[in-house]
Design a protein around this ligand. Structure first.
Ligand SMILES: Nc1nc2c(c(=O)[nH]1)N[C@H]1C(S)=C(S)[C@@H](COP(=O)(O)O)O[C@H]1N2
Ligand SMILES: [Mo]
Length: 422
């Protein structure tokens, strides 16, 4: 079986998931209990019935329902349909937030869950067996912060390398729906690092998930983990336990996930179990063989490990939408960048020949997105191509083509969105 082939990979995962489900009744019960406890501790109304219902209905690696009007499922991943953001507020509701699982969503018992910090960058906790530990209640008792931030898969837009640029890339062929903006509440990672005894010599911090080992092409890479530099860790990284005002849902990292604003989605480790803090650089497959740029334009070991997401725009429209002729339709969309707030968006309704500025809703926010609209009166029936092109505060504008890399990361080019006027 070729595990680099997505279909093979997905079949294997489906088999593994079915095997797991035959023994999952106790896990489901545990989860309904844990969500109850989490909610009680967090001072919110418990939702155990809803949680066990959605878990019982799950037929794949993802726990929450994935109705086809909201999601396109790619194996263990689920992409949001952009038309599902039409009429929504600033944030992406949980019921339509994309999910990217390397294996499958684990159901974690919050009563026995502990966060463990260890490593040469801490005073007196060199190894995992001498780790500083925090329970869920410990974290809830620490100073908290709430931020709005997007989480976006580094491969978001990957499918357009092939469909727009005629280039072969490997990985999930996402359109633009592997992104969402949520309100995240939790403890700043800096607070936990200070309490754990951070030294002045620490350079890297590596959170690791509690989901299953990731096996790719017959190689077991161990549990999902990726280092972040201590400067970023101390800046704006959150250990989040709430999403949009509720306890984190299982698929998004319950009980606690890392949120690394503006950075590649892989940095935001879900179901975090331990964090290694080191006085020397750390490595994992996720900052060496994945999440670097490879290909003819790059050195053999790849680019430097990826950090910030690039600039993108999306219309809140179905792919191949049908629009009515003879009247004005207001087109809506959102643009975002990991390098700074979006400051301007232009739209073309004629395949890129003419561009006009979209009307934007308030100023852009770093780490978030900017909503915009554009009234359009189509001048004829038939197929049309809509384009949106954003510029951020660094002066970067979306290019016509994205720079090729074999793993199809960081697609930033203007997307050609087909519609039919009839
Ligand atoms: N433990 C763990 N963390 C993880 C992942 C994972 O599979 N396991 N996937 C990563 C990737 S690649 C992305 S894009 C985001 C997706 O977050 P979401 O599923 O909440 O949208 O989580 C990241 N954190
Ligand atoms: Mo991702």
């Amino acid at each position: 079986m070729d595990l680099k082939n997505e279909a093979d990979y997905d079949r294997l995962r489906a088999t593994q998931w079915r095997a797991r489900n035959t023994m999952s009744r106790r896990a489901l019960f545990r989860m309904s209990a844990t969500v109850g406890l989490g909610a009680a501790v967090g001072g919110m109304a418990p939702r155990p019935a809803a949680a066990s219902r959605s878990a019982a209905a799950a037929t794949g690696p993802i726990v929450k329902p994935l109705p086809p009007e909201l999601f396109v499922v790619h194996g263990s991943n689920a992409e949001m349909r952009w038309e599902a953001m039409r009429g929504q507020g600033y944030h992406t509701p949980i019921d339509r937030f994309f999910v990217r699982d390397h294996t499958s969503t684990p159901l974690i018992d919050v009563r026995s869950w502990r966060l463990r910090l260890f490593g040469s960058g801490l005073h007196g906790s060199p190894t995992l067996d001498r780790a500083v530990t925090f329970s869920y209640e410990d974290l809830l008792g620490l100073p908290s912060r709430e931020i709005s931030a997007f989480i976006e898969c580094t491969g978001n837009g990957r499918g357009f390398y092939t469909t727009q640029q005629n280039q072969q890339v490997s990985g999930t062929a996402w359109k633009l729906g592997a992104v969402g903006v949520a309100r995240w509440r939790g403890v700043p990672l800096s607070v936990v690092l200070e309490r754990a005894g951070l030294t002045r010599h620490a350079v890297d911090v590596m959170p690791r998930g509690l989901d299953a080992d990731y096996v790719d092409a017959g190689t077991n890479h161990g549990r999902v983990r990726r280092p972040i530099p201590v400067a970023k860790a101390l800046d704006d990284v959150l250990l989040a336990y709430e999403m949009n005002g509720r306890p984190l849902p299982p698929d998004h990292g319950f009980p606690v996930r890392v949120v690394v604003p503006s950075w590649v989605g892989i940095s935001s480790i879900k179901w975090v179990g331990d964090i290694e803090v080191s006085d020397a650089p750390l490595f994992s497959p996720w900052n060496t063989q994945y999440y670097r740029l490879f290909g003819p334009d790059y050195p053999p070991e790849g680019s430097a490990p990826l950090t910030r997401q690039v600039i993108k725009s999306a219309f809140e429209l179905p792919w191949d939408a049908t629009l009515s002729a003879g009247r004005t339709t207001v087109l809506h969309g959102r643009s975002w960048s990991g390098h700074g707030a979006v400051r301007q968006v232009e739209v073309s309704t004629d395949g890129g020949a003419n561009w006009r500025q979209a009307r934007t809703h308030g100023p852009g926010r770093p780490g978030g997105w900017l909503r915009w609209e554009f009234p359009w009166h189509p001048d004829g029936t038939g197929p049309h191509t809509l384009l949106a092109r954003a510029t951020d505060t660094t002066g970067t504008t979306q290019p016509d083509t994205a720079r090729y890399n074999t793993l199809g990361y960081l697609f930033d080019a203007v997307v050609r969105h087909p519609v039919t006027v009839s």
